[in-house]
Design a protein around this ligand. Structure first.
Ligand code: GLN
Length: 475
């Protein structure tokens, strides 16, 4: 099997010494992709295009004109638009649809000579936590093919996990970068809301959606963040501040920090015992190293998943109204007039979970229930945000597991969607509050399944978060 490179810096050393070429790297990844098709990580591989691009980047390296991502071969989640390429959000309703423009993130990555090797499978419209809700079938975890890779950016995580590319780009609305990263033993970063342009990202819940990298090293996460982040005329929710040079400023911070951890993570019966012991282990290590680590009770814990699912589905019901059988992709062949075009195309084009969420979202926004559900959930969101911000005034970081248990068996949550929703318990807090959060690999359980821990930081404290993460991984 082709070599696993832990960081782009390691690849660059070999590229500049001439012991490898970008073309060779792309060929190796393509080989890995072809022996791992059973994992179902890709919806489409851009093989010829990636090979042609690799030759150009090799030339640029020789000429000394290459960009900062020369040598980085990445995969993108299939809800990120790339001009002239199909994009499906893993849904039938986008069948045959081709992007007419590139997302800002794709443009920025290509401008630095990244190579995009393909588009990755995901939960339909990024709705899910297991990648089982895809029109193209479930993705399998490389560590154990009978288990899920997490979701919704499951294909992106597996593509990196199985060395089918060096890094991947996902989107995180309520945990979709962090949770699959944790199930696949990788680093997943959800930046502060307003860091990375959402232009050209297929919208799920616009007040939560953020793009994030899935990588093997903090260095790569820092570099990808700094390249993708920053103001963009096409997204008015972005912070209008210069992006720090995260990768240059990166240093494993060892100054003494104040860290809070959620008491419930250790007491709740819903959290797996290996996850608990991993958390305890890291708490002990941090304390032994002189950090202050304190248990906190987060009073709103019971409300975070319901608030998230009311708000995210409400936004989704509106965002997904545009798929009407007229403008994009699939149109029912049975449609005979406008009404039946809408009705049949949407009924046949959306999967079960997406329909459930459109109905739920439409319900909570409807005249009679708006105040009881949507407006109430907005108020709860505000309380969660304020409480999270005040905790992060007192503490540098909040430490939690990323997920209550390691990768579960495919089919486990099939009968009850709420069981799946509850898996988001630790990831949605950062999404509701808009603060940055990262999932870090924290070893494997006795079955060899990866476990992840999550750190939350203050809004726009990405540098501190990355520095501390680097140190954390060396603990
Ligand atoms: N599991 C969550 C959901 O289904 C989060 C998904 C995401 O972040 N896109 O909504």
């Amino acid at each position: 099997m082709a070599k696993f490179y832990s960081s782009l810096a390691e690849i660059k050393k070999e590229l500049y010494s001439g012991s490898v070429t970008v073309e060779r790297l792309v060929k190796n990844y393509l080989d890995q992709i072809s022996v791992n098709t059973h994992l179902n990580a890709f919806n489409e591989v851009f093989d010829q295009e990636a090979l042609s691009a690799s030759k150009i980047v090799d030339e640029r390296i020789k000429a000394g004109t290459s960009g900062r991502l020369a040598g980085m071969v990445i995969a993108i989640k299939d809800n990120i638009c790339y001009k002239g390429h199909k994009v499906s959000a893993s849904s039938k309703i986008l069948e045959g649809f081709t992007s007419i423009y590139s997302s800002t993130v794709v443009e920025r990555l290509l401008a630095e000579d990244a190579i995009i090797i393909g588009r990755c499978n995901c939960d339909e419209f990024a709705m899910g936590a297991s990648n089982e809700n895809s029109y193209f079938g479930p993705v399998k975890n490389y560590a154990d093919n009978s288990r899920v890779p997490g979701g919704s950016s499951g294909g992106s995580a597996v593509a990196v996990q199985a060395n089918m590319c060096h890094a991947a780009i996902g989107t995180d609305t309520g945990g979709s970068v962090r949770q699959p990263a944790s199930f696949c033993g990788l680093i997943g970063l959800k930046p502060t809301y307003g860091s990375i342009s959402r232009h050209g990202i297929i919208a799920y819940a616009s007040s939560f959606d953020q793009v994030g990298p899935i990588t093997r090293s903090i260095e790569d996460a820092a570099l990808l963040l700094e390249i993708m982040a920053g103001a963009d005329d096409y997204d008015s929710t972005l912070a209008q501040v210069p992006v720090p040079s995260y990768s240059n400023e990166l240093s494993a911070s060892s100054s003494k920090k104040k860290i809070a951890y959620l008491q419930e993570a250790l007491t709740s019966p819903g959290v797996n015992s290996e996850v608990k012991s991993t958390l305890v282990n890291y708490i002990d290590k941090l304390r032994a190293d002189g950090h202050t680590v304190k248990a906190i009770a987060f009073d709103y814990l019971d409300y975070i998943v319901p608030a998230y699912y009311i708000l995210a589905t409400a936004e989704a019901s509106s965002n997904l109204a545009r798929y009407d059988g007229v403008h994009y992709g699939y149109r029912s062949p049975e449609a005979v007039d406008l009404q039946s075009t809408y009705k049949r195309s949407r009924s046949e084009g959306f999967g079960k979970e997406v329909k459930r969420r459109i109905m739920l979202g439409t319900f909570v926004l409807s005249a009679g229930y708006y105040d009881a559900y949507y407006a109430k959930a907005q108020k709860v969101r505000r309380l969660i945000k304020e409480k999270t911000d005040s905790l992060l005034e007192e503490y540098d970081f909040i430490l939690t597991p990323t997920a209550p248990e390691p990768a579960f068996k495919i089919g486990k949550t099939e009968k009850d969607p709420v069981v799946m929703y509850l898996y988001d318990i630790f990831t949605v807090q950062a999404s509701l509050a808009g603060v940055p959060a990262i999932s870090l690999p924290a070893g494997n359980n006795n079955k060899g399944l990866p476990l992840g821990l999550q750190l939350l930081a203050k809004r726009f404290a990405e540098q501190e978060l990355l520095n501390f993460s680097k140190y954390f991984l060396e603990l």
